[in-house]
Design a protein around this ligand. Structure first.
Ligand code: SAM
Ligand code: SF4
Length: 327
């Protein structure tokens, strides 16, 4: 079992499989992208499978596949097939922009993968295109509907962006009237790869909630797991739910159970921290299994207590992009 230096159990791995993406969300990266990693610096699918196996043996029982956009990797399904048969791994989830998932929906279902988070920051097409700098709205919307119809547990991630999409907060909520979807509103974080200067977050979770309360005063809270980063609510008569994630206010650090590994092997023990080590070359070396385990224990043993503490230790302003970190 992995227990950190603040006595928190770590059982949830967020594994990025690439830093590349076919969208250019302006809160995530600049229009021209970032300095993307060269292919040989990325883990191969075989390495990602092996690494996952080592970590599952150490006590990880939930893996979220993220990126970049995971489905830009043509060999992603090979990894998912390997994970689906891994003893001890209870939950495989994916975070995706849902532009490329279409051809894989049937197989995902047959592998027993149920939890799909989709980023959709606008219900209005023009706003979507301005934010993502691409015109993929119909594909994304149709794939979300297909995922719902096929019985996946679909959660929409909507970043509340001042001056860009907050007029869509209530219209987006309408989706939950007829569909068993959970729409989660997230606070913006400063990891945009230099896309723009990040001063402060104008829409924190309290402002989002009071905005929703004006339209739906009767919503009620639904209990969540202690390690959940979201607070979830239900509007009477609606099929779905909605939630808020205080990703910038950081109210949830006390129960954080997450470990992040980037597509090139950087180990990140807090979103607001610098990578504490790289394990790619260790995994590629001799007697890798024991050495990887030792390094992971070392990383887990020196985590910042909160995102605020990690931010204090961070040298300078954040210039990194969420497409590298994985969200
Ligand atoms: N491409 C996939 C997607 O967009 O869902 C997976 C990777 S994306 C980096 C993972 C999550 O990070 C998405 O939900 C996205 O909205 C979120 N994200 C990206 N940049 C962010 C930022 N600056 N602040 C808050 N969330 C961000
Ligand atoms: Fe791509 Fe996801 Fe970043 Fe948007 S948020 S640019 S879809 S990695």
């Amino acid at each position: 079992m992995l227990i950190d230096n603040h006595n928190r159990k770590i059982n949830y791995l967020r594994l990025a499989v690439t830093d590349r993406c076919n969208l250019r969300c302006n809160y995530c990266m600049p229009e021209n992208g970032i300095d993307f990693s060269q292919k040989e610096t990325l883990f191969t699918i075989e390495e990602l499978s092996r690494l996952s196996g080592i970590l599952v043996a150490q006590g990880i029982d939930k893996i979220r596949i993220t990126g970049g956009e995971p489905f830009v990797r043509k060999d992603l399904m090979v990894l998912l097939r390997n994970l689906a048969h891994m003893d001890g791994l209870k939950d495989i989830s994916i975070t995706t922009n849902a532009t490329l998932i279409g051809p894989y929906i049937d197989e995902l279902k047959s592998l027993g993968i149920k939890n799909i988070n989709v980023s959709l920051d606008a219900i209005d097409r023009e706003t979507f295109e301005k934010i993502t700098r691409r015109n993929q709205y119909d594909i994304v919307y149709n794939n979300i509907m297909r995922l719902c119809d096929e019985g996946f547990n679909v959660r929409i991630n909507f970043i509340a962006l001042h001056g860009q999409n907050t007029q869509d907060i209530l219209p987006m909520l309408e989706l939950t009237k007829q569909h068993a979807i959970c729409v989660r509103y997230l606070e913006e974080m400063p990891f945009n790869g230099g896309s723009r200067h990040f001063e402060a977050n104008a829409w924190d979770y309290k402002r989002i909630l009071s905005h929703i309360k004006e339209a739906y005063p009767d919503y009620g809270e639904i209990p969540t797991e202690a390690t959940s980063t979201s607070m979830i609510y239900k509007i009477p008569g609606f099929k779905g739910t909605f939630g808020v994630i205080p990703s910038f206010s950081r109210t949830f650090c006390g129960s954080c159970n997450r470990l992040r590994i980037t597509a090139t092997g950087d180990v990140i023990t807090c979103l607001y921290a610098q990578p504490c080590m790289n394990i790619r070359d260790i995994l590629r070396g001799l007697s890798s299994e024991e050495k990887v385990k030792q390094q992971i224990m070392k990383a887990i043993g020196s985590r910042a207590k909160t995102g605020f503490e990690a931010q204090k230790q961070y040298k300078g302003e954040y210039t990194n992009s969420m497409t590298t970190i994985g969200g």
